[in-house]
Design a protein around this ligand. Structure first.
Ligand SMILES: Cc1cc2nc3c(=O)[nH]c(=O)nc-3n(C[C@H](O)[C@H](O)[C@H](O)COP(=O)(O)OP(=O)(O)OC[C@H]3O[C@@H](n4cnc5c(N)ncnc54)[C@H](O)[C@@H]3O)c2cc1C
Length: 586
């Protein structure tokens, strides 16, 4: 075992982790640990854009952006956090521009902006052009730009290091981080990184679902690791289904396609969003569009031999416009479905996309241990965190923004904290838990297979914790998850080696997925209302009197929730500053 010492350890080299590293790396000795090579992080797959009220192409301001974010999130957004994000958005884009990001430009050379769902002029009057973009590879450009700037500032990267545990130590009767334990893929060696502050930026957990836009690696490791250490998870019941996944595959076609003028149609050729959102139609927030699509299919107006998808029509757009603004995603339609978007509409259906919930933080990116108290020295940012700027439904382009704004805040705060904090003492054998798990899995020889359990988990989540949910479907999922957890105890892996043992790491990741799927489902059963991305057919209305609150789920052996032992669910008030909840019409 090797022990390293840093002021700040950042777990994750996506947009949030690297934006944090740029701040921290200039102020403190910083290490970034990442399980995949930095520029392969999922941020690089982001297509459509990053929003900020620059008002480069039409009138706009950060107050409208704040309002849209809060209404888009169905009023579960913490309004102080949304204000911070919308205000700091402008500098976040300009920071990236100064770092060298090649944004698309207007004719007079300003950063160009386009429309995206839920972003409106003057509190919902019409769609507004707020998303800054680099064709349909905005995330790729962000990730490359941030990586180059990390290299410039001498940030140290530990690539293909899997963080599997957070080391906590007691200071004045309360736990705080002393570092992390990582497994090095190339050698199979265990490393302990001792540090004054730890930042989690490990991204999402879309792999609890089968049909998803998310990469194979998005298994929620950081979310599960902190939860296992007794810290709460916030609002896990809210998972976003993006309307336009390629039908049957889930590969994403960015909302930019609709921002540039694309239209959704049912089997009758009808532009059905006119019925569901008469003012902004196809550019309604994602929860509304996804539900409307699923409803069209349910009511028999789906397309194709099984009537199980709808169509995204771009055929009225000029091919030159498509090539300039949407080159990658139209290529996806050709490659994966054999459809030519110039002349044919593209089959689409909702795909699991984004977890609104995660590790709870305040607006300084400090992790909360309960509704009010923070864990000194522990930070989280990006998709693994819940600050909560997205509430119960995230608006498109607000995540690339979130990772930049709160990544920057986390990096600064972590470095500032490390300036005065003493180096924490490591507990005895800090690696013991990870070493034990690795050895147990490496030598496991049971009959169950990791891939089979993962597939069954994804199958039940797709079937039962979907766009439409009921108590009955979710309890079915929960029973399945419990059975899968039993099977997980009897797995056997084939690769017994120490080097590049991905078999072993996938077994670890499956453990994280099972844990998270259970939290998502129990929190969803517990929320007996419909709001944003969480729609219950047995409770179809939003219920502000009882449920305008965040859920906080704790792992707690002495409690039980919804018949599940080992879990405790509490409520946390929503921060309301200026906007009282209103009916959500578009
Ligand atoms: C296909 C697609 C398109 C999208 N398009 C847009 C868009 O146009 N606009 C928008 O705003 N949002 C978009 N999103 C959402 C947005 O891209 C993501 O939410 C955001 O980029 C997440 O950034 P992150 O830094 O939090 O995580 P990621 O970029 O996912 O990075 C996670 C990092 O954590 C590391 N990590 C994870 N687990 C471990 C571990 N155990 N040990 C060590 N390291 C670990 C990984 O190696 C990786 O470096 C899109 C998402 C997808 C999937």
């Amino acid at each position: 075992m090797q022990v390293h010492e840093y002021d700040v350890v950042i777990v994750g080299a996506g947009g949030a982790g690297m934006r944090a590293a740029i701040e921290s790396g200039q102020r403190a000795r910083t290490a970034v640990l990442t399980k995949i090579y930095p520029t392969r992080s999922h941020t690089g797959a982001a297509q459509g854009g990053m929003c900020a009220a620059l008002a480069n192409v039409e009138e706009d301001n950060w107050e409208w952006h704040t309002f849209d974010t809060i209404k888009g999130g169905d009023y579960l957004v913490d309004q102080d956090a949304a204000e911070v994000m919308a205000k700091e958005a402008i500098d976040a884009v300009l920071d990236l521009e100064k770092m060298g990001l090649p944004f698309n430009r207007t004719e007079e050379g300003k950063i160009d902006q386009r429309r995206f769902g839920g972003h409106t002029r003057d509190h919902g009057k019409a769609p507004v052009r707020r998303a800054c973009y680099a064709a349909d590879r905005t995330g790729h450009m962000i990730l490359q730009t941030l990586y180059q700037n990390c290299v410039k500032h001498g940030v140290e990267f530990f690539n293909e290091f899997y963080v599997l545990d957070l080391v906590m130590t007691e200071v004045d009767g309360k736990e705080q981080p002393a570092g992390v334990v990582a497994y090095e893929l190339a050698t199979g060696e265990i490393h302990v990184f001792r540090s004054k502050s730890v930042v989690f930026a490990t991204g999402g957990f879309g792999k609890i679902f089968k049909t998803t836009s998310n990469a194979h690696t998005l298994t929620g490791d950081g979310v599960a690791v902190t939860y296992r250490r007794g810290l709460p998870l916030e609002d896990m019941e809210f998972f976003q289904f993006h309307p336009t996944g390629l039908a049957g595959l889930g590969i994403l076609l960015s909302e930019a396609a609709r921002g540039e003028g694309g239209i959704l149609r049912n089997a009758d050729g009808e532009r059905f969003m006119e019925r569901y959102a008469p003012t902004i139609k196809d550019l309604a927030p994602r929860d509304i569009v996804a539900r409307s699509m699923a409803n069209e299919v349910r009511e028999g107006r789906g397309c194709g031999p099984n009537k199980d998808y709808v169509l995204l029509d771009l055929t009225h757009l000029e091919p030159a416009h498509i090539d300039a603004k949407l080159p990658d995603i139209t290529e996806f339609a050709r490659t994966y479905l054999g459809v030519e978007p110039y002349t044919e509409p593209v089959p689409v259906f909702p795909t699991a996309h984004y977890g609104m919930g995660g590790i709870p933080t305040n607006i300084e990116s400090e992790v909360l241990r309960d509704n009010t108290d923070v864990v000194p020295g522990l930070y989280a940012a990006g998709e693994c965190a819940c600050v909560s700027v997205h509430g119960s439904n995230r608006l498109g382009t607000n995540s690339l923004l979130d990772i930049n704004v709160f990544g920057k805040r986390a990096g600064r705060a972590a470095a500032e904290y490390a300036k005065t904090a003493p180096m924490p003492e490591l507990p005895e054998n800090p690696e013991a838990f990870v070493a034990g798990e690795i050895e147990r899995l490496r030598t496991s020889d049971g009959p169950e297979r990791v891939a089979a359990i993962r597939a069954d988990l994804q199958e039940t989540m797709d079937a039962n914790v979907q766009v439409f949910r009921t108590d009955e479907t979710m309890r079915k999922a929960l029973n399945d998850i419990e059975a899968l957890r039993e099977r997980y105890k009897n797995i056997g892996i084939q690769d017994r080696g120490r080097r590049f043992n991905l078999d072993l790491l996938e077994a670890m990741e499956l453990g994280f997925l099972l844990e998270i799927a259970e939290v998502v489902t129990v929190a969803a059963i517990h929320r007996k209302e419909s709001r944003g991305g969480h729609f219950r057919e047995d409770f179809p209305d939003r219920d502000d009197a009882n449920f305008m609150q965040h859920t906080m789920t704790y792992r707690d052996q002495s409690s039980e929730t919804e018949g599940i032992p080992g879990m405790r669910l509490e409520w946390k008030p929503v921060v309301v500053t200026r906007y009282q909840p209103m009916e959500r019409k578009y």
